[in-house]
Design a protein around this ligand. Structure first.
Ligand code: ADP
Ligand code: ASP
Ligand code: MG
Length: 406
């Protein structure tokens, strides 16, 4: 018997009629004889509204209490979804994460799933019920409610699909698949029929919010096929799956921008062994994630070290680098939070050359200055000025002719 996980994002359960059409999709699968688990997000802008409310009451809310609050959005959706299914005459039961044993670590607002005990889900499925689970949440070992980071309902769905060995995890959203770039920014972006785990992993980590990064990590590890599709039509969407040889022919499969990083430069670092180790050890001790790093050797035995961190971590990163500066006797710290990172991704990069050149030329033609560059086997990223991000994304999208057929 087939097992299918269906995840509905915020817009797909935003109001009564959408909730009912989502319920019908679950019922269709159920009546065809498959087992179905529905994972729901909070309705519409609910999570944003709850966050706004929290910050109105307290400008520095405790992350434990934030998780208590934010998890309620998904709880509400799950109960309403079960009621919608009942109203159409079918059996369903809703659960919050804690009730279906989704155990996480204790990093509130960005917890990671460590274990799931699916006994309760399996029991309800065996009673022929549609099981509805509130996404985005779990519980830590001390019985505190946790959330999985923004967009985390995808991860709940894929983790359940992995555990239950589901045949597919359908992610229903407000676009009809994964595009070569965010269609809200690049009007000419084109839908991909298939994309590999590695490509979407890079795209999602570099800013394409269409699927949660952790969800793809789970999917890749446990080989769960994901179909990203629209909740407004019956089109097939985009299949995220293992790499197949024909994918090698697609040199660049997508492009994306993120504005969630800031840049810090430590000027005048004495150019001797151990300095970089000292800087990045201290940042790591503060749990600050560093992304790109460059070092310029300047004259008189002094170097400049530039790196990027998440904007949310900037205040702590600046305090830490000020302290390091004094210890290593560097000269000055300069920060810039008006940057964007533009990335192009494709597994064909492993076997094709000239990709970086093409990207740099496209940016140069638009008079866009490149501040930092980093590459991986299947990705090239450039840091540019924030207000040029959208123009840069469109330019690169055209340069690689991503609007053309696969
Ligand atoms: P949901 O609430 O259903 O989880 P999200 O807002 O998290 O939906 O994700 C869907 C959005 O992701 C789309 O509306 C789209 O603007 C954005 N997006 C970003 N990059 C891409 C891409 N490459 N392909 C498709 N959508 C993308
Ligand atoms: N409701 C949460 C959010 O808005 C989780 C999700 O939708 O996946 O981020
Ligand atoms: Mg999402």
């Amino acid at each position: 018997m087939k097992i299918i996980v269906q995840k509905f994002g915020g817009t797909s359960v935003a109001d009564v009629s959408r909730m009912k059409s989502a319920a019908k999709r679950a019922i269709d699968v159920h009546t065809s004889g498959s087992k179905v688990i529905v994972v729901v997000s909070a309705r519409g802008r609910m999570t944003d509204e709850l966050l706004e409310l929290a910050y109105e009451i307290n400008d520095n809310p405790s992350t434990r209490e934030l998780d208590m609050l934010l998890s309620t959005g998904e709880q509400m959706s799950s109960a309403l979804m079960a009621m919608a299914i009942h109203s159409l005459g079918y059996p369903a039961v809703s659960f919050v994460g804690r009730q279906v044993g989704i155990t996480t670590d204790s990093f509130h607002t960005k917890a990671r799933i460590v274990d799931i005990n699916a006994d309760r889900i399996i029991e309800e499925l065996s009673k022929n019920k549609i099981v509805v689970v509130a996404g985005y949440q779990g519980v830590d070992k001390n019985d505190n409610i946790t959330t999985l980071g923004r967009g985390g309902s995808d991860t709940s769905a894929v983790a359940l699909a992995a555990l239950l060995k589901a045949d597919i995890c359908d992610i229903y959203t407000d676009v009809d698949g994964i595009y070569t770039a965010d269609p809200r920014i690049v009007p000419k972006a084109r839908k991909r029929n298939k994309i590999s785990y590695d490509e979407i992993l890079e795209l999602a980590s570099m800013g394409a919010q269409v699927v949660h990064v952790r969800a793809v990590e789970f999917a890749k590890k446990y080989n769960v096929p994901i179909q990203v599709r629209s909740s407004f039509n019956n089109d097939k969407g985009t299949l995220i799956c293992k790499e197949v040889s024909e994918m090698e022919n697609i040199v660049v499969s997508g492009a994306t921008i993120t504005k969630n990083e800031a840049k810090i430069t430590i000027i005048g670092v004495p150019d001797k062994p151990g300095q970089a180790a000292k800087i990045f050890q201290e940042l790591a001790k503060e749990n600050i994630n560093v992304d790109m790093i460059i070092q310029n050797i300047s004259a008189h035995g002094l170097a400049d070290v530039t790196f990027t961190v998440l904007k949310d971590d900037l205040p702590l990163a600046l305090d830490t680098t000020e302290r390091i500066k004094r210890e290593i006797k560097a000269k000055e710290i300069v920060a810039d939070d008006k940057i964007a990172k533009l990335s192009v991704v494709g597994i064909g990069m492993r076997t094709h050359c000239g990709i970086a050149e093409k990207m740099f030329c496209a940016l140069s033609d638009e008079k866009i200055n490149i501040q930092m560059i980093s590459t991986s086997e299947i990705k090239i990223s450039c840091v540019i000025e924030e207000n040029q991000a959208e123009k840069a994304l469109n330019a690169v999208h055209s340069a690689f002719e991503l609007n053309k057929e696969e």
